[in-house]
Design a protein. Structure first.
Length: 605
């Protein structure tokens, strides 16, 4: 409410604001068509209306009417006074006459708009100056009133101006809230992007490190590499890995990086249940520990002559069981939560790699024991078998014993089976030696022709029994080769024997030798049933035969082709098969040529 009227120089009275009017408490605004939201404190005040007019009658009408409608009303009699009041009042609505003494109503409007662009300015003008009101609208006025005016129309225009201002204020508030929430979303998005980037980088790092670790299945190099990568990924000075000893069911320091382990002669200390390392294993969780200033440094079992200010221990779990503990030691700024989570992922990956290496080492050990057992047993069997074979040959000799027809038949069968058994035993012995890389070779420079003839001659009886014809085609210009004649003859004999087994009676076998792609290629072809595509992968596997049924036509251990492959590869060649079902098979193998330096005559300069 404004103060009582004060006298003017011309004797008229006008309502003018008092200083206390600017600071008095305000109440909730009211007015037709306005429902201010309860959650906003800005709407619990009376709308402020500033009247700028020099006609007392107009001011009196506005004052009486607008105050009765619940507005907080203030009056300025000219533009200069309005400019002084506007910065303090911060009105919501300004009702100003266009034609004022001194500053015009348009200048008052422009001044108010500079301070508050959202203030609603309603210009008051006469009919004769309606064009000025329209020009005011173009310059930013909210609306205009023409004199004489209708109070209801004035009230509606003021109410619309108040409502528009409130809607703009609400809109600005919503926009500000939206801007703040967008900033929060942008922050969250940036944090999420950084987390995704970090996780992607970590996954890529783990993938690359995993490939590096998986490159070698040997246990000891793998353990050393795991320690080195653990220290590098966490920024630690050193790392040590405690691994479960299967025979002891206890954990010992097995590998380290950046520190020295206690020598085996001194006896590596076992991991005790207490302490951070033992707690990590017992509770199967990551444990971090840092020494307080002035506190004694940590000692880690199994590490010689070193103490540490901080450590982080992460259990290595495979198949639900703890197989080890990975410990990183000494980081200048200490180990963080990110270090812990990343090293936990690395330890899980490393545990699988260590477990695979342990299984690989165990498999190699079993395979070595098996080969040693087979070699010993085969050797022990061959000794008495040689005696049996010699006795059969002596009994079959007409010079010493006169045998009847039935006796000769039985001795022949016994001798043939003794020969067959001796071949099988020799195959097993050769295979065991190949697996242990101890098969002896006597490689010399020589021609291939005599070796082929030797193999063909040894099978002459078998060829005649099966009525199979052997064609030998050797290129005349074959160079000398570096080979072990007896071993290559063994390969040829094996391939020719297989060809005979799978050739029909009266069939044909071809043995060829020719220069081929910087080597000599030898081929043995039969015209039997051939090998189907699904059976080709079974070839060159130990103890594997295409027909493994109890009623198979051809017997054997399934080691012949494996032995052939081992002998050829030890000569630096390769062996393979080409076959079509129903059309026969061709087994090829290559032998490298003599190197130029070896081909030069001895003593040549």
């Amino acid at each position: 409410m404004s103060q009582p009227p004060s006298p003017r120089p011309d004797g008229k009275t006008l309502a003018t604001p008092r200083a206390t009017d600017l600071d008095r408490p305000r109440v909730t605004a009211s007015g037709p068509g306005i429902s201010p939201p309860e959650e906003s404190e800005d709407w619990r005040i009376l709308p402020r209306v500033l009247i700028v007019d020099d006609e007392p009658s107009v001011v009196d009408v506005f004052q009486e009417f607008l105050v009765s409608q619940g507005y907080d009303l203030y009056v300025a009699v000219n533009g200069e006074e309005a400019q002084r009041l506007i910065p303090q009042l911060k009105p919501d609505i300004i009702l100003t006459d266009i034609n004022l003494p001194g500053l015009s109503g348009l200048e008052v409007m422009r001044f108010a708009k500079r301070l508050d662009p959202e203030v609603a300015v309603i210009v008051v003008t006469g009919y004769a100056s309606a064009s000025s009101a329209i020009d005011a609208l173009r310059q930013g006025a909210y609306d205009y009133i023409t004199k004489p005016f209708d109070l209801d129309e004035v009230h509606q225009i003021v109410e619309r101006g108040i409502a528009t201002r409130r809607l703009k204020a609400i809109n600005q508030q919503l926009l500000e809230e939206l801007r703040q929430k967008n900033q929060i979303l942008e922050r969250h998005e940036q944090e999420l992007r950084e987390r995704v980037s970090l996780a992607t980088q970590q996954m890529r790092t783990l993938y690359d490190v995993g490939k590096e670790i998986s490159a070698n299945l040997e246990l000891e190099p793998r353990l050393n590499l795991i320690c080195a990568r653990a220290a590098g990924l966490s920024g630690a000075r050193a790392a040590v890995l405690f691994l479960k000893q299967s025979e002891l069911e206890e954990f010992c320091a097995t590998a380290a990086y950046g520190v020295d382990l206690v020598s085996p002669q001194e006896g590596a200390p076992l991991l005790e249940p207490g302490g951070p390392v033992g707690a990590s294993l017992l509770e199967q969780r990551a444990v971090r520990h840092a020494c307080d200033p002035g506190a004694p440094e940590l000692e880690v079992p199994g590490i010689a002559g070193a103490t540490f200010r901080s450590l982080m221990a992460v259990p290595m779990i495979a198949e639900g069981q703890g197989i080890g503990v990975l410990v990183v030691l000494d980081k200048a700024e200490g180990f963080s939560d990110d270090d812990e989570s990343f090293l936990a992922l690395f330890a899980s990956q490393a545990a699988i790699a260590v477990r695979n290496s342990q299984l690989f080492e165990h498999t190699k050990s079993l395979d070595r024991l098996k080969s040693e057992f087979v070699a010993v047993v085969s050797h022990e069997i061959r000794t008495p078998l040689t005696s049996v074979k010699g006795a059969l040959e002596l009994l079959s000799d007409d010079r010493y014993f006169q045998n009847g027809e039935q006796q000769i038949k039985l001795l022949t069968i016994a001798h043939a089976n003794a020969e067959r058994l001796l071949v099988l035993i020799n195959d097993i012995l050769d295979f065991s030696k190949l697996e242990s890389a101890s098969l002896t070779m006597s490689i010399e420079r020589q021609q291939l022709g005599p070796v082929v003839e030797q193999a063909a001659q040894s099978l002459r009886t078998v060829l005649e029994q099966h009525r199979v014809h052997l064609d030998i085609v050797i290129a005349p210009d074959l160079p000398e080769l570096m080979l072990d004649a007896s071993r290559i003859a063994q390969v040829l004999t094996n391939l020719l024997s297989n060809a005979v087994k799978f050739s029909p009676a009266g069939g044909r076998i071809e043995l060829s030798a020719e220069s081929w792609e910087g080597a000599v290629r030898i081929g043995v072809r039969d015209y039997g049933e051939g090998i189907g595509p699904h059976d080709l992968p079974k070839l060159f596997r130990k103890f594997s035969q295409i027909d493994s049924s109890a009623t198979r036509k051809a017997g054997g251990t399934g080691l012949g082709l494996v032995i052939c492959k081992g002998i050829v590869e030890q000569h630096g060649g390769k062996i393979w098969v080409e076959s079509t079902a129903g059309e026969g098979s061709t087994f090829y193998f290559t032998l490298p040529l003599v190197e130029p330096a070896l081909a030069e005559p001895v003593g040549r300069e």
